[in-house]
Every structure is written in structure tokens, then in C-alpha cells.
Ligand binder design. Structure first.
Ligand SMILES: [Zn+2]
Length: 231
């Protein structure tokens, strides 16, 4: 901790809508010098055609744990999922929390986002309380969602909910030539000392995307927050 945030905590595999096996992503991440990689397939959402479902969860976990063993001492392999917080697509109240608590990390997308219909931060409290592993908010467009709201108030809310926030380097999470995290810089600055960060690429179909973290690392370094990574 406190040196170089060499992590990618947001990737998809054939267990949901990605093109590669977990072992393919981990091999590429290791050869690219990453220290941590999380597999975070879409879980029980109608947003994608073939999400990871509870019945396949044990096999998913076994697959990732086997890859973790293979790479032990070389790269830290984490098992995670990404959860869609739009309640018309994902039944958030009845998630299998006993399964989810076997993971290492959980990402939530679209929280408080009116465009994508995610539940509000207040409602996230109920979900968060049932989970005892690290939880984060991914590719979050805080600039659009919160506008002129006080970044310090958001930071306090996130600290109280124990949620980290991703720095997403995916090309899909940019507009006007800048990444969403760059638009939301004032919020990240307010997170200093309160809210932890991750870097994620949201890799689906391009293997090299798994090591596309450099801009995110530079952003975290610029903010002086390398000691605040979630891992
Ligand atoms: Zn994703």
C-alpha cells in the first residue's frame, strides 16, 4: 500500500458477457505487471443476456479460486461480482447474501443514477448492511449525478456506508474526451482520508484492456491518494 496502485478490480469473463476465461485475464494481467486483479462478472441482472446466476455461483467461485492458487505469490486474484442496482432488472432485496459473502469484493453500478434507474445511496444502506466484504461503486458519473452538491457531504455518506469508489479507465466511461473520473475530480479530492479507491477497466472483449490502468494510476498519484487504495 502507498506505493503504486497496480490493480484492476473490474473485469468480465465468459461467466457473464465477457469473451475470455478468468485464466486468460489473469495471465495477461500478470504479464503486464499488475499486482491485483478481480474477476467481477454481472450477477443476476436482466441487463445482460447471460449473467452469472446463483446456481452457477459455486462453479464460478471454484474456477477463480483455482486460478488464484495457480498464480499464488505472483498476482493476487480476487473473486467478485458486479451488481446492477436498477430494481427492475435485479432483485436487490432477495440477493443470495450467503453466496455474496463468499466473495472478496463486490461492485455496484448505477447507484443514485436517474438515467440508469439505480437505487439511491440511502437505500444502499440496507443492502450494504447484509454484506461483510468490501463493496464499491463502479464507473460512477458523480459529476452528472450530483452536480453542484457538496463533495464533502457525499464523502461523509460514502464513508458511513463503507463504500469505495472506482476510477474507471474504460473508454465507455468518458465524455468530451475526458474520463468520468476526471469530470468528477472535485469529488475524489473530497474522498481524501474518508473514502477508499480502486482502479477498474471493465474489460469485456479486448484482452489488452485488462492492463489499461495507467491513466487511472496517474490520476490517483496526482491526487496524492495512493495510500487510499482499497487493497
Ligand atoms: Zn462491468
Amino acid at each position: 500500500m502507498g506505493t503504486d496502485p497496480l490493480m484492476n478490480l473490474h473485469t468480465h469473463t465468459i461467466w457473464s458477457d465477457g469473451s475470455f476465461l478468468p485464466e486468460d485475464l489473469v495471465r495477461r494481467a500478470y504479464s503486464g505487471g499488475l499486482k491485483h486483479i478481480a474477476i467481477t462478472d454481472h450477477f443476476e441482472t436482466r441487463k445482460v443476456e447471460n449473467p452469472l446466476r446463483a446456481d452457477r455461483f459455486p462453479r464460478y467461485l471454484r474456477n477463480i479460486h483455482a486460478v488464484r492458487m495457480m498464480y499464488e505469490g505472483r498476482i493476487n486474484v480476487l473473486a467478485g461480482v458486479e451488481i446492477d442496482t436498477n430494481p427492475t432488472r435485479c432483485d436487490l432485496k432477495h440477493l443470495p447474501f450467503d453466496l455474496l459473502n463468499q466473495l472478496d469484493v463486490i461492485l455496484f453500478e448505477y447507484v443514485s443514477d436517474p438515467v440508469n434507474g439505480g437505487i439511491g445511496l440511502e437505500e444502499m444502506g440496507d443492502v450494504r448492511a447484509k454484506i461483510d466484504v468490501p463493496c464499491g461503486l463502479c464507473h460512477w458519473d458523480m459529476d452528472r449525478i450530483f452536480g453542484k452538491a457538496d463533495p464533502n457531504e457525499l464523502a461523509d455518506q460514502l464513508r458511513d456506508l463503507d463504500l469505495f469508489v472506482e476510477v474507471s479507465t474504460s473508454q465507455y466511461y468518458s465524455r468530451e474526451g475526458r474520463q468520468l473520473y476526471e469530470h468528477g475530480e472535485r469529488f475524489y479530492r473530497a474522498f481524501d482520508g474518508k473514502v477508499k479507491l480502486s482502479i477498474g477497466t471493465d474489460t469485456h472483449r479486448r484482452l489488452d484492456e485488462v492492463v489499461n490502468i495507467t491513466r487511472g494510476q496517474e490520476f490517483v498519484k496526482k491526487l496524492g491518494m495512493t495510500d487510499q487504495m482499497v487493497l
